[in-house]
Design a binder for this molecule. Sequence first.
Ligand SMILES: [Zn+2]
Length: 337
Amino acid sequence: MTDLHEVADNIFVVRQKAGMGGIKPPMNIYVLAGHNGLIFDGGYGTRHDIQHARKSIEAIQQRFEEQGKVCHIGRILPSHTHPDHFSGLKGMRKELGLSVLLTKKMAERITSAAIYRQSYADPEGEQGVFSHRQSGLRKFMHQQLSRFYYNKIFGVTFLSNPDELIEEESKIDINGETWDILSGHGHCDDHIMLYRQEAGILLAGDNVLRSITTWLGPPRSNLEDYINTLERIKKLPGLTRILSAHGSPIENPVERVEEIIQYRHSRTEEILNIVRAAGQKGISFHRLLETVYPGEGSMRRALVEGWVIVTIQYLEEKVRIRREDDGKTVRFVCTDG
Ligand SMILES: [Zn+2]
């Protein structure tokens, strides 16, 4: 018997289990069940994950049948193209006969492994500033390892032929109700969210999580976009509940979003203060990271450095800090020093 978790009227969550310690976090797939239903988020794509999702969805359909109600779930839409959100699309389409809905941006990204990898390539000139000098062999090992993890553990599967292209900032009919497709960039540059004012419910993907901090990192995260997304969520009329891609529902959405905005603000100030304290000679990225995470090994720092880079880029855009390049090292200098 598959457990059914109904988190709102006719909205069920399928919980994909965590694995491999923190490498594969637990993931929520939402099933908006009814006569013209939709699944929000693709989840993981291993055989096990797909079978589990299929069984859960069949159990939802069975419950509807027992209650004499029609349940047809024919569509699946991911929130964004991070591996835990799109990998299950192809398998779910095959298993459940779904149509895959994507925005144009998403469709371009997940066409193939090569194209997907390209979207993570460092922009010209940025590589030297933020990258750690790794030996060729270490880099190669690292790449092989992450490829292994992604393919085997996440079940990453690419998809070149979506069934329908949809627009950001548009509306979609789900079970006879109109939902807004809101763009919500920042964590990822193709992130969308689903909102229905009458129900007060936002499906926020990774943008707002109840108990953990949303990951940020280059090149597809942008701090200003993220703050704008959070500000927009805070102002959504009638918002009472956020359903997130990871963790349990958020019943105090405005408070939680405000908390995240304040947190990002304080971490931005922290970076600015470190740069300011370095005075006119400035500080390299490497030294800055050591100051934020003293005593951490380089592996650990490499895992958490994303938000620091995104915050530096934000402060540069705002002309709060600037770069000085002496041909050997790039240093960051505070503009109000
Ligand atoms: Zn994500």
